[in-house]
Design a protein around this ligand. Structure first.
Ligand SMILES: Cc1cc2nc3c(=O)[nH]c(=O)nc-3n(C[C@H](O)[C@H](O)[C@H](O)COP(=O)(O)OP(=O)(O)OC[C@H]3O[C@@H](n4cnc5c(N)ncnc54)[C@H](O)[C@@H]3O)c2cc1C
Length: 485
C-alpha cells in the first residue's frame, strides 16, 4: 500500500529499503517478488532518486535530470526485474555527435561505427583497434587487474590525444572515470555501451518511475514518501552486530519500524557514518571506509524552447572548446566542456515539447564555500555558458530559449543526500566496502551507485538485483535457523 506522508506505519517488516533510487526500488521489487514483506521509504516527495524530473511553467516544460543514455543491458534488466511494458519503452538514440577543436563527427555509438571511425577518421592502425576492443572484451571485474586507464590508452594509442577524447570523454560523463582510475572501470562500461549503442526511455522519466511505482505496489511493497530515515538501529549479540530496524524522523515525533533486515540505498558514507554511526563499526571497517573517495558531481542547465520546430540535430552532443582533452578540463568551473541532451517532441508523444539539458562534470569544492551572491553569480555564468554554447552549435536557437534554470553540486546534495553532491556515488574502492556492509552488521545491506561500475541507471539497477537476492538469502537462512531452534 501507499502510505501518505507522515502517516504512522505501525508494522514490522522482513526488509526496510531506505531510499528509492533505481538501486533501492529494484532491490525492493526483487525482494517483494521473492515473497518478503517490504517497506520502501523515500525522503523526497517522489520516487526515483537521481532518475528524476521536474516541471515548470504550469507543466509547459518537463526536464529530465539523468535521462541521457544508458547501455542496452537495461532492456534485459527491466524485462526480468520490472516488466515488459517498461522494457518496451527503451529505445536506442539515433545519433551522438562530438564537436571540439580536434574533430566534429557523428556516430551511432556502437562497436561497428566506433571501429570505422577509429580506422577511417582517425587513421589508427586496424590491428591496434581490433586488439583494443578484444582486450576490453576480456576484462573481467574479478581479474583484479591494476592497469590504469592511462596505461590502457598508452598501450594502444600512445600520443593520440584525439583518440583518447573520442574513447574516454563519453565515459567520463557517464561515470566520472579519470585517467588514474582502474581501466576495468572504463572497459566494462564502454563495452556495455558498444554492445548495441546508447538507450533511453521514450516517454520521459516521470512515466517510467510511475510505471515502476505501480509495479512495486502490485507486488505488495509498502511505500512511504517524505519519510526521512534518521537512524538504522542495531544491537549486539555475543559480539555480533545485527540490524533491528530504522527510525523515521517525523514532525510529530520519531517512529521506529522493526525489521529483520535493512537495505540502504542512501549514499555509502551517509549510511555508515550517519545512519549506522561510527561507534557501531569496527576499527578495521572504519579505516577501509576512510580510504573511499566520493565520485565527482555535476552542474546542469535546463533550457525550455518555444516558437521553434527543430529538425533532428542529434540526441547527445559532446561539445568542448578545449584544444586538447583532459579529464581535469571536464571538471573545470570554466565550463569549456558540456554535453547537450536534445529532447524532441517524440520523447513525450502528444506534447509538443522541445528542451535541452546541458550537463558538465563538477567538483563540490568549487561550490561549497560561496556566499549567496557568489553562488547566484556562478549559476548565471553556468546559464550563460550553456545558452551561448548551444547557440554556437545551433545558430539562432538562443532567442527560442524562453526558460532557463541551473543546478549545481549543492542541488544534487540537497535532493539526494549524496555526500558532496556526488553524481555516481564513490570511486572504485567503494564497491568492496559496500559489499562488506553485511559482514560488518548482520542483516544490513547497501545498494546504489558505488565503485563506478555499479553506477548509472544500469549499474544501480543491477546492483539492486544483486543486493536484493543477497538479502533474500540472508532472510531465508535466518528463517531456517529459527525453524531449527
Ligand atoms: C546530472 C546527472 C546525470 C546523469 N546522467 C546519467 C545518464 O545519462 N545515464 C545513466 O545511466 N546515469 C546517469 N546518472 C547517474 C544515475 O542517475 C545514478 O547513478 C543512479 O540513478 C543512482 O541510483 P541509486 O540507486 O544510487 O540511487 P540515487 O538516485 O542516489 O537515490 C538514492 C535515494 O535515496 C534517498 N535517500 C537517501 N538517504 C535517505 C534517508 N536517510 N532516508 C530516506 N531516503 C533517503 C534519496 O532521497 C534518493 O531518492 C546521472 C547522474 C547525474 C547527477
Amino acid at each position: 500500500m501507499q502510505f501518505s506522508a507522515h502517516q504512522k506505519i505501525s508494522s514490522d517488516y522482513d526488509v526496510v529499503v531506505v531510499g528509492a533510487g533505481l538501486g533501492g526500488m529494484t532491490a525492493a521489487n526483487v525482494l517483494a517478488k521473492l515473497g518478503n514483506k517490504v517497506l520502501l521509504l523515500e525522503a523526497h516527495n517522489k520516487l526515483g532518486g537521481l532518475a528524476t524530473w521536474f516541471t515548470r511553467q504550469n507543466n509547459q516544460f518537463v526536464f529530465d535530470i539523468s535521462l541521457h543514455g544508458f547501455p542496452h543491458g537495461m532492456v534485459k534488466t527491466c524485462r526480468r526485474h520490472w516488466n515488459s511494458d517498461i522494457a518496451n519503452h527503451l529505445h536506442p538514440l539515433k545519433e551522438v555527435r562530438f564537436i571540439n577543436p580536434q574533430f566534429d563527427l557523428k556516430t551511432s555509438f556502437d562497436e561497428v561505427d566506433y571501429k570505422r571511425h577509429l580506422k577511417e577518421t582517425f587513421k589508427v592502425d586496424p590491428h591496434s583497434v581490433e586488439h583494443f576492443f578484444g582486450d576490453l572484451k576480456e576484462m573481467n571485474f574479478y581479474d583484479n587487474s591494476q592497469i590504469s586507464n592511462r596505461e590502457l590508452f598508452d598501450k594502444y594509442f600512445k600520443g593520440r590525444n584525439d583518440v583518447l577524447r573520442f574513447l574516454l570523454e563519453p565515459i567520463v560523463y557517464a561515470n566520472g572515470s579519470t585517467l588514474e582510475d582502474p581501466a576495468i572501470s572504463y572497459g566494462i562500461v564502454f563495452s556495455n555501451f558498444m554492445n548495441k549503442g546508447v538507450y533511453i526511455y521514450r516517454g520521459g522519466t516521470e512515466e517510467m518511475i510511475a510505471k515502476m511505482q505501480m509495479e512495486l505496489l502490485k507486488n505488495g511493497v509498502d511505500i512511504q514518501k517524505q519519510a526521512m530515515v534518521k537512524e538504522i538501529l542495531t544491537s549486539s549479540h555475543a559480539g555480533e552486530k545485527r540490524v533491528e530496524g530504522v527510525v523515521i524522523s517525523r514532525k510529530c515525533g520519531d517512529e521506529i519500524i522493526k525489521a529483520r533486515s535493512v537495505v540502504s540505498n542512501g549514499n555509502l558514507f551517509k549510511t555508515l557514518n550517519e545512519l549506522v554511526g561510527e561507534k557501531n563499526l569496527s576499527d578495521h571497517f572504519k579505516s577501509e571506509l576512510k580510504k573511499v573517495r566520493p565520485n565527482s558531481s555535476s552542474c546542469q542547465v535546463y533550457m525550455g524552447l518555444t516558437g521553434i520546430e527543430l529538425p533532428f540535430m542529434g540526441d547527445l552532443l559532446f561539445t568542448s572548446e578545449a584544444e586538447t582533452f583532459s579529464t581535469e578540463e571536464l571538471l573545470s568551473p570554466k565550463i569549456s566542456c558540456q554535453t547537450f541532451s536534445m529532447y524532441y517532441p517524440d520523447m513525450r508523444p502528444g506534447k509538443n515539447l522541445y528542451s535541452v539539458v546541458s550537463s558538465s562534470n563538477a567538483r563540490y569544492s568549487d561550490w561549497e564555500n560561496l556566499s549567496e551572491a557568489e553562488y547566484e553569480e556562478r549559476k548565471k555564468y553556468l546559464i550563460e555558458r550553456a545558452t551561448s554554447g548551444l547557440e554556437k552549435v545551433i545558430p539562432g536557437i538562443k532567442r527560442h530559449i524562453t526558460y532557463t534554470e541551473a543546478s549545481t553540486p549543492k542541488t544534487f546534495e540537497k535532493f539526494t543526500h549524496h555526500y558532496r553532491g556526488s553524481s555516481f556515488g564513490t570511486k572504485f574502492e567503494g564497491l568492496a566496502v559496500s559489499q562488506k556492509v553485511s559482514d560488518e552488521i548482520k542483516g544490513l545491506f547497501h545498494t546504489g551507485s558505488v565503485g563506478i561500475i555499479m553506477s548509472g541507471w544500469l549499474g544501480a539497477a543491477n546492483y539492486g538485483v544483486i543486493v536484493g537476492n543477497k538479502c533474500d538469502s540472508y532472510l531465508s537462512q535466518n528463517n531456517q535457523a529459527e525453524v531449527n531452534l
